[in-house]
Design a binder for this molecule. Structure first.
Ligand SMILES: [Zn+2]
Ligand SMILES: [Zn+2]
Length: 332
């Protein structure tokens, strides 16, 4: 099969690899498409460590089951599925406490195991979510990002009809803005430094969109940091109203630090929560996409053939797209 392989930091090539075979409790999925996200850029650059290479990235796949292992029941070739990339050991302390995304042996398809920037990807049957015939397949690439956003909003636990400010109008900022609106939380204000992103976000999400200087002094009970930038974290924390909550959703560099005022957290009774990846949020994500495809479809902006992975990655790193996907069937 054709697959994009990362052999070292920033070193990618399209290679021919043997087709995968299913594990006993797993399947092989013929990838219809797989998204590229900010985490992938960190991964490919080697920011998350070089011990993972060589690796086929791609943790946002959907596609068709083409082979099933001997122990698999409930799935058969021809089934269309979205794949939850999370691999939790099920045995460690966090797993036993129902917090599998904190697994001490955390692994994921496309992050530590072979992923889906390829024609085929292996996956445990337990990670598959069936997409019904009536599913809006154009939006299927958003299943994984929406599942991450659903998890984040579970952590935020915002109340309906209260204002939310999101720092960062990237793909996830926009997905979060749409989901909040669908849940009746708002008004939603998206903040971004980039004028082109602001124009795109205003057109695609319906949220109010501002430059950072326009929200100086603004306070909101619910604030989301979705940039991963420590400077934006400071602005986001300053934006939280008394008794408010800050959700740290953006992926900062593991070595980045930011200044906080412990007094303010005490005196204003602030709540600061983090959200990492996905925890039992795939069913809600698929359900939400199925019920509101018209709100989410505009966020899938660019499709590239595997052969054009370079162009696809550049589109993502330059922030010109919302969700960019690689599709093995697309013509180069
Ligand atoms: Zn991702
Ligand atoms: Zn575990």
């Amino acid at each position: 099969m054709r697959a994009v392989v990362v052999t070292g930091p920033g070193q990618l090539s399209l290679e021919h690899l043997p087709d995968p075979a299913p594990d006993r409790d797993g399947v092989v999925v013929a990838v219809r498409s797989c998204g590229i996200c900010g985490t992938d850029l960190h991964l490919v650059a080697g920011d998350l460590g070089s011990d993972r290479f060589p690796l086929v990235p791609g943790h946002e796949p959907w596609g068709e089951v083409v082979a099933v292992g001997a122990g698999v029941t409930g799935f058969a070739p021809g089934d269309l599925v979205a794949v939850d990339p999370s691999l939790h050991c099920g045995r460690c302390d966090p797993c036993r406490r129902g917090r599998g995304n904190m697994c001490t042996d955390w692994r994921a398809i496309g992050a530590t195991e072979p992923g889906a920037w390829a024609e085929f990807t292996p996956a445990p049957a337990a990670n598959l979510y069936r997409l019904p015939e009536t599913f809006p397949f154009a939006v299927a690439p958003l299943a994984e990002p929406v599942a991450c956003a659903v998890r984040g909003l579970e952590r935020l636990a915002a109340r309906p009809d209260e204002p939310v400010v999101i720092f960062g109008a990237g793909t996830m900022g926009m997905v979060l803005a749409v989901l909040l609106d669908l849940r009746g939380v708002g008004p939603v204000t998206l903040v971004d430094v980039n004028p082109a992103r602001r124009a795109l976000a205003a057109r695609l999400t319906g949220a109010t969109v501002c430059a950072p200087e326009e929200v100086a002094g603004l306070r909101a009970p619910w604030v989301i940091e979705a940039t991963g930038n420590p400077a934006a974290f400071g602005q986001a924390l300053a934006c939280v109203a008394r008794a408010g909550t800050l959700l740290v959703f953006g992926v900062a560099s593991p070595t980045a630090t930011a200044e906080v005022s412990p007094y303010r957290i005490y005196a204003d009774e602030l709540t600061i929560v983090g959200s990492m990846a996905i925890l039992r949020s795939f069913p809600a994500a698929i359900d939400t996409i199925g019920r509101h495809p018209e709100r989410l479809a505009p966020l899938v902006t660019d499709t590239f053939a595997l052969e054009r992975f370079d162009d696809a990655l550049r589109t993502v790193s330059e922030g010109r797209s919302v969700k960019t996907v690689l599709s093995p069937a697309a013509t180069p």
